[in-house]
Write a protein that binds this ligand. Structure first.
Ligand code: ZN
Length: 288
C-alpha cells in the first residue's frame, strides 16, 4: 500500500508565530534563523511519520510539502528508499491537488496529516487559519471546517481515508470531531493562545508521531474515506465585503450576507477546485 503524508508547518512542535513559518523572501516577517529551525523540525516530523508508515506496512511513501510556497522540506533528512520500499517527496506550489497532491495516484491507501493547525477563528489554536489570512470561515453542508476537512474530502473523492494527524491539541480535537476515531491523533503542543503554545520536547514529539503513524497505517485497511452529502453547499466568509463582491460575479456563486458567498458542488474535487479559484478571486486590494 502507498501512503501520502501531507506536511504543513503551523502545527509543528515549537511553532507558534508567523515569523517562524514565513520563508525570508516573503513579506516583512524576516527571521531566517527561526524559519530554518522550524523547517528542520517540520522535516524531522515528516521523516518520523514516513518511518512509522514504512514500519506499519507501507510499501511506498509520498511526502507532500504543503506549506505556503511548498519549498520547506530538507530532503537529505528524509528516510531514503530501502528497496522495495520507495520514498518520494514533492516541492513547489502550485500543484494540481495542492496540499493533498499524490492522493490521485493508483494504489494509495491512506493519507496522513503532519503539522496541521486549527481552522480560522478557533480559540486557543496557535496560528489558527484556513488557507490564507482573509478567509474567516468555511462551512460545508452546515459544518464549519478547516484545511483538514477540505483535504480529507478530496482524498475521499479518490477513495483514500485519513488515518493519522499531528499538530496542536485544538486542531486534533477538531479533526477527531469531524473525521472520527479512525484517525490516530498526536498532539505535539497544547495551544495557549493564537500565538503561544506549551510544547513537547521535539524528539518526544517525533517519537510519538512515529509510533502513531505506524499504528495508523497498520489499521488503514479498516478505515473509511471521508465524504459528505452531494450536491454539497459550501459557504465562504471573508474578512471584508469587497472580497464577497468579487466572488459574487462568478457564475454559480450566490451572496449570503455582506461577507459570505455560497456555491453548490456535485463532488469533492469540484468543491475543492472551486474553493481554490474563489480564494484567488477574493485576493483584492482593500485600499481600493
Ligand atoms: Zn501552512
Amino acid at each position: 500500500m502507498k501512503v501520502v503524508i501531507s506536511v504543513d508547518l503551523e502545527g509543528v512542535c515549537g511553532v507558534n508565530s508567523w515569523v517562524q513559518v514565513s520563508p525570508p523572501e516573503f513579506g516583512g516577517l524576516v527571521n531566517a534563523a527561526e524559519y530554518q529551525a522550524a523547517r528542520e523540525r517540520m522535516t524531522l516530523e515528516a521523516a518520523a511519520a514516513a518511518e512509522g508508515a514504512l514500519a506499519g506496512g507501507a510499501t511506498a511513501v509520498l511526502i507532500n510539502d504543503a506549506h505556503d510556497a511548498m519549498r520547506n522540506l530538507l530532503p537529505e533528512r528524509l528516510p531514503e528508499s530501502l528497496p522495495p520500499a520507495q520514498v518520494r517527496w514533492t516541492s513547489g506550489n502550485d500543484k494540481p491537488l495542492s496540499m493533498v497532491q499524490g492522493v490521485q495516484e493508483e494504489g494509495v491507501g491512506a493519507l496522513l496529516f503532519v503539522g496541521y493547525h486549527a481552522r480560522a477563528g478557533s480559540v486557543r489554536g496557535p496560528l489558527a487559519h484556513t488557507w490564507n489570512g482573509f478567509i474567516r470561515n468555511v462551512r460545508i453542508n452546515g459544518r464549519d471546517t478547516g484545511e483538514y476537512g477540505l483535504n480529507a474530502l478530496v482524498a475521499g473523492y479518490y477513495g483514500v481515508p485519513v488515518v493519522f494527524a499531528s499538530g496542536d491539541d485544538v486542531a486534533m480535537a477538531e479533526i477527531g470531531d469531524e473525521l472520527g476515531p479512525q484517525v490516530v491523533c498526536v498532539a505535539v503542543k497544547e495551544g495557549l493562545s493564537s500565538f503561544a503554545a506549551l510544547h513537547l520536547h521535539p524528539r518526544e514529539a517525533q517519537r510519538r508521531i512515529r509510533t502513531g503513524a505506524e499504528q495508523a497505517v497498520r489499521a488503514a485497511r479498516e478505515a473509511k474515506p471521508y465524504t459528505t452529502l452531494w450536491p454539497a453547499r459550501t459557504e465562504l466568509s471573508f474578512d471584508h465585503q469587497a472580497r464577497a463582491d468579487q466572488c459574487e460575479r462568478v457564475p454559480g456563486v450566490t451572496r449570503v450576507d455582506a461577507v459570505t458567498v455560497a456555491y453548490e458542488s456535485p463532488d469533492a474535487l469540484y468543491l475543492f477546485q472551486f474553493f481554490r479559484m474563489l480564494s484567488k478571486v477574493a485576493e483584492v486590494r482593500l485600499e481600493g
